[in-house]
Design a protein around this ligand. Structure first.
Ligand code: NAP
Length: 348
């Protein structure tokens, strides 16, 4: 099979590096282009990344000698994965979509646009219906699909089967988010060593708003937001990778503990699609002191939401912890799964 040529915008950043690692040797996609800011453009990827590669191991051989391009829609590829800084991502992604590229973005800029899918493949594939309207309305030859915020991704993945079966009314979530979530260089070491920062700009709003769009329903070509109250508190903690989320939920239709666990455990809507990045989307750990970021963030290749400590809540109905790898399922890996779904659905 000929592989589909893909480019990475923001290939030098923390999420960009994840794309490089996950896409090298991908069975369906081949990295043909890497792009970043004008300060990186014109040099080889290996040269620019010599002191910036943060994933350990070697920079994959096939991209080392590639010349980094500027983020303009003249790249030799069909799909662009955007891991661009949100300060610049919005108009660049539109330029690419206008010229016929399929843009799959990790940046926040277009997530809440009414004609742009905010997609988690297992949760709301029906949101792909918005694509035709987007192309028509904006005169795009291609289209934009967005991937949710990293904490929102794991929250929605873990609670989707509960919401489908018992209807969630209220969610209170407190996050303990890893440093890699802030990109590179991110948070200054003197601010975070021996410390917790109880504020991440815009993060609480993203979780509260994106969750309602993702768990909403598509009706007459538009998304009707879910009718759930969400309250989020976000903290930056001195952990390198893996966001931990402490969640309490109230249900409209009451459920037993066994029913709750069973519906999460059996949730696997993509299991027969044959997508290369597919894993079981929720793994439940039984040990009383898990999940933990260092121990559990790479379970199932970092593509799963790890749930633990499911117990009764004295204020709402149930409470539990979710651990999610922020740069893999919450970033590059989640977006690659979107591209695989698009290929499966013959949208590429
Ligand atoms: P990052 O490490 O700061 O990387 C930012 C990238 O954007 C770099 O490749 C940078 O290129 C490029 N860039 C900056 N200014 C540019 C410009 N004017 N023109 C073209 N490229 C430019 O950030 P990150 O953590 O990888 O995050 C990337 C995006 O994904 C952000 O929108 C972020 O919110 C989102 N996200 C991050 C995570 C996570 O866990 N980190 C998870 C989900 C979503 P240069 O190196 O050339 O400056």
């Amino acid at each position: 099979m000929d592989k589909i040529p893909v480019g990475i915008l923001g290939a030098t950043g923390i999420v960009g590096q994840r794309y490089i690692r996950l896409l090298s040797n991908h069975p369906w996609f081949e990295i043909t282009e890497v792009a970043a800011s004008e300060k990186s453009a014109g040099k080889t990827y290996g040269e620019v990344m010599k002191h910036r590669w943060k994933l350990g191991g070697e920079i994959p051989y096939e991209v080392r000698d590639k010349i980094i391009k500027e983020c303009v829609p003249k790249l030799d590829c069909k799909i662009v994965f955007s891991a661009l800084d949100a300060n610049v991502a919005g108009p660049i992604e539109e330029d690419f979509a206008r010229e016929g590229y399929i843009v799959i973005s990790n940046a926040r800029n277009h997530r809440m646009d009414e004609d742009v899918p905010l997609l988690i493949p297992e949760v709301n594939p029906e949101s792909l219906e918005l694509v035709e309207e987007q192309k028509k309305r904006r005169g795009f030859k291609g289209f934009i699909i967005t991937h949710p915020n990293c904490s929102t991704t794991h929250l929605c993945l873990a609670i989707k089967p509960i919401h489908d079966k018992f209807k969630i009314r209220k969610i209170i979530v407190t996050t303990m988010q890893a440093l890699s979530g802030a990109g590179y260089p991110g948070v200054a070491s003197l601010d975070i060593v021996d410390n917790i920062i109880p504020y991440i700009p815009l993060e609480e709003e993203k979780i509260e708003n994106e969750t309602l769009k993702i768990l909403g329903k598509v009706e007459n070509g538009k998304i009707k937001y879910a009718d759930i109250f969400v309250s989020a508190t976000c903290n930056r903690v001195p952990v390198s990778d893996g966001h931990l989320e402490s969640v309490s939920i109230e249900l409209e239709n009451k459920s037993s503990m066994d029913e709750l666990i069973e519906c999460m455990n059996s949730f696997d809507p993509l299991k027969n699609y044959g997508l290369p990045s597919h894993v079981k989307p929720i793994i439940i750990l039984k040990e009383e002191d898990r999940p933990q970021p260092r121990l559990d963030r790479n379970l199932a290749n970092g593509m799963t939401s790890v749930v633990g400590r499911i117990r009764k809540c004295n204020v709402l109905d149930y409470k539990f912890l979710i651990l999610g790898n922020n740069t893999i399922r919450g970033g590059a890996g989640g977006a690659i799964l979107i591209a695989e779904l698009l290929k499966y659905m013959k949208m590429i």
